[in-house]
Design a binder for this molecule. Structure first.
Ligand code: MV4
Length: 447
């Protein structure tokens, strides 16, 4: 097991990882920018190192500073959290070259999944169902037209270096296609320095369902069920739940089995998420994330498995603590992302939290790095906490969520809490009847 883990992140996820390390009896080091000197994870860590000024590129993305902080403190492993350097293959490689363990997959696995064309090719080879489309990059107009005609309009053009919704264009006709191909390629070239694009059938009203997987790096793979992340705005997830209201046990076992076998065949190590669009009873792979995700607590709630403990165990060579046949899915869990934003306009609302009171009681978890009197710096993303509620079934979970939202007090700044108080009473949400466009449509209608 590791002696000392350095946490290369901030906010609620830094605290989340710190807690797991402490529980395992591992010393903790945090790195932070000058803007985060007052953060909770800095106070709770055994050691902290200031690595630079507020802008992320000069601190949380500064690989050399982070490696230096490992050398100075004698950390033997780094947990990257999510965002920042968590999916940076070069970072994983550099740490390996310094004999520091990156708590995550190999640089090569990160690299493959970071290239969306390569990721899709790999998924297909491993028997994962993919969206019909081009076999690889498409640059030629005639080839694009032939593929689109074969799969049928509408189609979507995606940047291979994109992901997470960046660099996509929908084409509903051949006329659209010619323009979309040109714009997509030049935008991808400008944004990512790689103008490779590919074509897929455009799915009109899918749900976003992702499968949590784990590999032990030695040929074992497991899945921990799915999360439904369809409720999103501008590619930012807002509400996530497990299980998906759209799936039954048989579908879960089937897609989960496909994913765990793929992870085993890949020789993948650590936590991963295989993302699908789900429409008319079919799954279509879109991307794989090679990190822990923001919404991992809903999976923890229904499985009782600590995903960060598992990440640390696997990375240290201790293997997974659970076998597939030991994993059960209990009840239902929902996570609400509480952002420091205006609940109508979503304009960020940094500033001082004058009063912070979190809900509690059975089945209620709050992951947050903020406290009463804390000043939210304006430099980073606006997530200030996550409310995760668990119940024996979805109805109980929703009742408990309504109660927990009523207890939550955040004064001094705007937050998205009022949005959740409204959503929890919405009939479509109560029925689990929503797709990836539902929230944006709802917000447009209720403006
Ligand atoms: C799609 C799609 C429809 N058809 N691909 C957006 C994020 C990126 N991960 C993939 N995305 C999409 N790919 C096909 N073939 C619709 C989206 C999409 C979306 C997907 C998941 C969650 C929210 C979304 C919002 C808009 C579009």
């Amino acid at each position: 097991m590791f002696q000392k883990i350095l946490i290369a992140n901030r906010g609620e996820i830094a605290l989340r990882v710190l807690r797991a390390a402490k529980e395992l009896g591992i010393q903790t080091v945090v790195v932070h920018s000058t803007a985060d000197a007052d953060a909770m994870h800095v106070r709770l860590a055994d050691e902290s190192v200031c690595i630079g000024p507020p802008p992320s590129r000069d601190s949380y993305l500064n690989i050399h500073q982070i490696v230096a902080a490992c050398e100075i403190t004698g950390a033997d492993a780094v947990h990257p959290g999510y965002g920042f350097l968590s999916e940076n293959a070069k970072f994983a490689d550099i740490l390996a070259a310094h004999n520091i363990t990156f708590i995550g997959p190999s640089g090569d696995h990160i690299r493959v999944m970071g290239d969306k064309i390569e990721a899709k090719r790999t998924a297909k080879r491993l028997g994962i169902p993919v969206v019909p489309g081009s076999d690889g990059a498409v640059s030629d107009e005639g080839e694009a037209k032939r593929i689109a005609a074969a799969i049928g309009y509408p189609v979507i053009i995606k940047a291979s270096a994109g992901g997470g919704g960046r660099g996509m264009k929908v084409a509903r006709s051949e006329t659209d296609l010619v323009e979309a191909l040109q714009t997509a390629r030049s935008e991808a070239g400008a944004a990512f320095g790689d103008d490779a694009v590919y074509i897929e059938k455009y799915l009109e009203k899918p749900r976003h369902i992702e499968i949590q997987v784990f590999g032990d790096g030695a040929g074992k793979g497991i899945h921990l069920g799915e999360r439904d992340c369809s409720l999103q705005r501008r590619h930012q997830k807002v509400w996530e739940e497990a299980n998906s209201p759209a799936l039954n046990e048989e579908q879960r076992t089937q897609i989960g089995g496909i994913c765990s076998r793929a992870i085993a065949d890949l020789g993948y190590s650590g936590a991963g998420t295989i993302e699908f669009l789900y429409e008319n009873g079919e799954f279509y792979f879109i991307e794989m994330n090679t990190r822990l995700q923001v919404e991992h607590p809903v999976t923890e709630a229904i499985t009782g498995i600590d995903l960060v403990h598992e990440q640390i165990r696997v990375a240290s060579g201790g293997g997974l603590s659970v076998r597939q046949e030991d994993i059960r899915f209990h009840g239902h869990a929902i996570e609400c992302r509480i952002n420091a934003e205006d609940p109508k306009t979503f304009v960020p609302s940094p500033g001082t939290i004058t009063h912070f009171h979190t809900p509690g009681g059975l089945g209620v978890r709050v992951d947050s790095g903020v406290y009463s009197g804390y000043r939210i710096p304006p430099y980073y993303d606006s997530l200030i906490g996550k409310l995760i509620v668990h119940g024996r079934n979805r109805v109980e979970c929703m009742m408990r969520l309504r109660r927990a939202l009523d207890e939550f007090v955040v004064d001094g700044i705007n937050t998205t809490l009022p949005l959740f108080r409204e959503l929890v009473g919405n009939p479509d949400i109560a029925n689990g009847d929503y797709d990836i466009h539902w929230l944006e449509k709802h917000l447009a209608e209720t403006q």
